[in-house]
Design a protein. Structure first.
Length: 167
């Protein structure tokens, strides 16, 4: 497939960022950090847009906490401002990457919900009588950011967007 270009102006557009703001806030408006951002959302979104356009944007620090259900694990959550950027990136990059995903990937894909995944799993269980259940300890924290963003640079031809993807 050919590379996608001209995505940067779309990514930093007011329309994309304001849509990303509203999507990031869905179901989280009562959280103090989200409510605080939404209190004066227009000037804060303008500031974020300027930082992205000028290349001054820097991701904030993660909030780390422990969850003990179903097993103890460390969760790292991004600040709300970064979630807006995540949604803005997703809105622009999802149409580019969606055709490249394998058919057995169901997470966060339109039309590939839980019921479809369950049907595929049921078919696989009937076809294969054995299952390997395993958990790779600390897998996601071990993934290098540079390594995980490398495939993006082969698809996205904008010089600025890959620097945002690398974090």
């Amino acid at each position: 497939m050919k590379r996608a270009g001209g995505l940067w102006p779309v990514l930093v557009s007011w329309q994309n960022l304001s849509t990303a703001l509203h999507r990031a806030a869905l179901g989280k408006r009562s959280r103090p950090d989200v409510a605080g951002f939404l209190l004066e959302w227009e000037p804060r979104l303008i500031q974020l847009q300027r930082e992205l356009e000028c290349g001054d944007y820097a991701p904030g620090g993660y909030r780390t906490f422990l969850v003990r259900e179903p097993k103890p694990r460390r969760i790292s959550a991004t600040p709300f401002r970064e979630r807006i950027v995540h949604h803005a990136l997703t809105q622009v990059l999802e149409p580019v990457f969606e055709p490249r995903f394998v058919g057995q990937s169901y997470a966060r894909r339109t039309g590939f919900g839980t019921h479809r995944a369950l049907r595929a799993c049921t078919r696989a269980c009937r076809a294969f009588p054995y299952v390997l259940q395993c958990d790779i300890r600390k897998y996601f924290p071990s993934i290098s950011t540079m390594r995980s963003s490398k495939p993006c640079s082969h698809v996205v031809s904008s010089a600025t967007a890959p620097s945002i993807l690398r974090g």
